[in-house]
Design a protein around this ligand. Structure first.
Ligand code: COA
Length: 273
């Protein structure tokens, strides 16, 4: 990707980060240079971030938002792009938060499409495998990294009957029905082995929640699911497809699907313990 494309992409991502929570059912609370997004529906809690086009935030601004987050009993989480808001890391750290960095990657518009994988298909709102497809990333993120692990079909079956899994599936089903998310999964013998989503807002879409059952890793399934999401996004007119990779190992998988690192996504949270 050329520097010019990167320069054009970062402002589009800022608009996405500001819009996606609003269309996802969050209200925006104005804290001057910061915006706190608060989920009003049943979805996941959101974060605070530098206000779109706002001035530089200070540690005191961060503390004001943290106090409000505690009052609302929502996570004291902040998310932003390092290159777009270069001074914010120092403000977050001065306010006592721990900052971690993730490669921010954008699909190269000239990347060649990968061939479809025979075991990968889209999951619709009423799909009988939806609860399993929503549960696979939960098991995957509980065993981070890219190594093979223990949890497989039996653990998935047990986790899928959990009421929380069913509640999550209900939320995702509503999002699928309204077009706010698109889901793809790798299914073998009726068992979901890997799944992922992308969330479109206009011409921008973020790939999220790609996870492979620990026992089914290192067979190319995440690459195939990501490729299916990319193909759908392109077919539906999404011009900018992006994601934050967990770490450099995960970023390698996405690079094979045509994503290129353009910036660094930063997340700040209170230090653990
Ligand atoms: C990251 C994750 C989704 C990757 O899933 P996966 O299905 O194992 O991914 P792939 O099989 O496409 O690629 C993983 C590795 O297996 C290798 N591989 C793929 N097919 C292979 C095959 N047939 N034989 C041997 N190795 C293979 C890939 O080359 C890659 O190797 P690398 O680590 O050296 O780059 C999975 O490890 C996971 O769920 N991790 C926890 C959650 C997470 O971090 N998700 C990403 C959020 S951004």
């Amino acid at each position: 990707m050329t520097e010019h494309l990167i320069d054009m992409t970062l402002p589009a991502l800022e608009r996405y980060y500001d819009t996606a929570p609003r269309v996802g059912g969050a209200r925006a609370e104005d804290f001057g240079p910061l915006t706190l997004f608060v989920q009003e529906g049943e979805g996941w809690p959101y974060y605070a971030r530098p206000a779109l086009g706002g001035s530089a935030a200070t540690a005191e601004d961060v503390q004001r938002v943290r106090a409000r987050q505690r009052e609302l009993e929502v996570p004291e989480a902040f998310e932003w792009v390092a290159e777009t808001s270069p001074g914010f890391r120092a403000a977050a750290e001065a306010a006592g938060l721990h900052v971690h960095a993730h490669p921010l990657m954008v699909l190269d518009p000239s990347a060649e499409a990968l061939p479809p994988h025979p075991e990968v298909r889209l999951i619709e709102a009423d799909d009988p495998l939806l609860t399993a497809a929503v549960t696979v990333p939960a098991l995957a993120f509980a065993d981070p990294g890219t190594a093979l692990g223990e949890a497989g079909a039996a653990e998935l079956a047990a986790a899928s009957v959990d009421p929380q899994a069913r509640a999550r599936a209900g939320q995702v089903s509503a999002m699928l029905a309204s077009g706010r998310t698109v889901m793809a999964a790798a299914v073998r013998d009726g068992v979901v082995l890997c799944s992922g989503q992308y969330n479109p807002v206009g011409e921008v879409g973020e790939v999220v929640g790609v996870g492979t059952l620990p026992a089914a890793r290192r067979r190319g399934l995440a690459l195939a699911v990501t490729a299916a999401l990319v193909a759908q996004a392109r077919a539906r007119g999404v011009r900018t497809v992006f994601l934050s990779a967990g770490d450099e190992d995960v970023a390698r998988v996405y690079a094979r699907a045509g994503f290129r690192r353009v910036a660094t996504a930063l997340i700040a949270e209170p230090p653990q313990g």
